[in-house]
Structure formats: structure tokens, C-alpha cells
Design a protein around this ligand. Structure first.
Ligand code: HPA
Length: 270
């Protein structure tokens, strides 16, 4: 694994002169953030040694090097989901490569279904914590001390200072930014009404099919993390509306300007 990470990092270093210290993983419908990155250099996943290729509709696969405002960034356009059939080492491989390139701060975004009754479709939520319900752990197996410690703490998996900054920005801009706990599950089914209720009872505010593996690995690697979730549908026993992939993408597009404003400012101020 170490060899693969280094090989990939070396390749990217050979293609990119100015290496960013900030990486952003763009989730469903949040791809348009790419339009705000300047001086762009696209590197398709298919050209990157050891990178898997994304399979889901609506997710294109590129690493994008450029600037968001004044800040050099790497953006991942298209992520790897566990439900696509990748194992956890593959899902989190790009985060390992980011660390090897010198990235110290990771921003992640995703779409999720809301269980918190205060949420409405199109809300944006700072992820303050998560509950990992994936059946496979990305750190299971041999631990390489070069990559991180055997038993990493997850107490501050989402950086408190970045959470505070995001609140400050949302306040200034008049954006309703919720806080909550993200429950990470495999999918690809959306939840049954009973499952949404269950995830609420155990302490979740929203549920989604990504993010948790990458955040665990970023913490293992000693990176600071900020996560934002777009509430694209609501779930629970009183909800009669059936969620669809199209509806999720449409809601994400509606919420995208709020996400974009927060992300842009946050990346520049941190
Ligand atoms: N459940 C799981 N993942 C999701 C949902 C949901 O309701 N909405 C968007 N991603």
C-alpha cells in the first residue's frame, strides 16, 4: 500500500508544480464548485496510476488542481463509494495520496437524507460528528505507523475551529446552516421508514452513503476535516415522499449556492 501511495503521489508531483495543502471532495450535485476554481488543471482518474475509475451517473472522475479564491486546492470531482463495490482501502486511497502530497486540511461534501424534524429539503448542515455503520473499517488490517497510529481518536473528527468559522461565515451571509450527526451506511437502497426512525433514535440527524470512510482516514493521517451535508430528502414514518436519485441531485443543485459560499470563504479563511 505504501508503495502504491508513493507511486501515485510521485506521478501527481511530476504533473503539478504548485502542490496545494487543501483538498476538497465534491459530493453529489456539488460538482459546480469546479466552475469557481481558477487556473484549472484537470487530471482524469484514468490517467492516474493506481486510481480507480468512478462508475456512478452524475459523478465524473477528475482531480482538479487550481485556486479557489486565493487558495491553491485539489478538488476530487467524483468520489468512490463503498456501494459501487470498492473495498474501503480503495474508497479512501485518494485521501492517502493527498496526505503524501502534503495536504493538511480536507473539506468534504455530500448529499444526505434528513431525520431531524427541524430540517427541510435544501438545508445545509455542518457535520459535527458521525456514526460509522459501514460493515468494513478502512483501518482494519496491518497498521503502517508512517500513515498514522493504530488506535486513532475520533473525538474531534470534525475540526471544532473550522465548525466555528463556518458558523461565523453562515451568520455573516445570512445562510441557515444546521449542525448535526451524519450516519454513514452502505446503501445503495435509501432507508425504510423504520430505518430512518432507528438512525434518529441512535443519535443521527441525517444519513448518507459516503464521507465517513474518508474522514476516518483523514483523521488517521492527522488532517483537519470540515464536512458539509446537503439535506436532499427527508425520511421517517410520517414521510410519504419517495426519494429518488434524480430528486437528490435536484435538491443538491438548489442547495449548492449556500454550500459554495460557505466552502469558498472557509477555504480562504482557514
Ligand atoms: N439516505 C441515504 N443516502 C442518501 C439519502 C438518504 O435518504 N439522500 C441522499 N443520500
Amino acid at each position: 500500500m505504501l508503495e502504491k501511495i508513493n507511486q501515485t503521489a510521485e506521478y501527481l508531483r511530476s504533473r503539478v508544480s504548485d502542490m496545494p495543502a487543501t483538498a476538497i471532495i465534491l459530493g453529489t450535485g456539488l460538482g459546480p464548485l469546479v466552475d469557481h476554481i481558477t487556473d484549472k488543471q484537470f487530471i482524469p482518474y484514468s490517467e492516474i496510476p493506481n486510481f480507480p475509475v468512478s462508475t456512478v451517473e452524475g459523478h465524473s472522475g477528475n482531480l482538479i488542481f487550481g485556486k479557489l479564491g486565493e487558495k491553491p486546492v485539489i478538488a476530487m470531482q467524483g468520489r468512490f463509494h463503498y456501494y459501487e463495490g470498492y473495498d474501503m482501502k480503495t474508497v479512501t486511497f485518494p485521501v492517502r495520496v493527498f496526505k503524501a502530497l502534503g495536504v493538511d486540511t480536507l473539506f468534504v461534501s455530500n448529499a444526505s437524507g434528513g431525520m431531524n424534524k427541524e430540517f427541510v429539503v435544501g438545508d445545509v448542515m455542518t457535520i459535527t460528528d458521525h456514526i460509522n455503520l459501514f460493515p468494513e473499517h478502512p483501518l482494519r488490517g496491518k497498521n503502517y505507523p508512517e500513515l498514522g497510529t493504530r488506535f486513532p481518536a475520533m473525538t474531534y473528527a470534525y475540526d471544532p475551529e473550522l465548525i466555528r468559522l463556518a458558523d461565523e461565515i453562515a451568520n455573516e451571509k445570512g445562510i441557515r446552516l444546521m449542525h448535526g450527526v451524519y450516519v454513514g451506511v452502505t446503501g445503495p437502497t435509501f432507508e425504510t421508514p423504520a430505518e430512518y426512525e432507528f438512525y434518529r433514535v441512535i443519535g443521527g440527524d441525517c444519513v448518507g452513503m459516503s464521507t465517513v470512510p474518508e474522514v476516518i482516514v483523514a483523521n488517521h493521517a492527522g488532517m483537519r476535516v470540515y464536512g458539509i451535508s446537503v439535506i436532499t430528502d427527508l425520511g421517517g414514518k410520517d414521510v410519504k415522499q419517495v426519494p429518488t436519485h434524480e430528486e437528490v441531485q435536484q435538491a443538491a443543485v438548489i442547495a449548492q449556492p449556500k454550500c459554495l459560499e460557505i466552502m469558498k470563504e472557509l477555504v480562504n479563511r482557514c
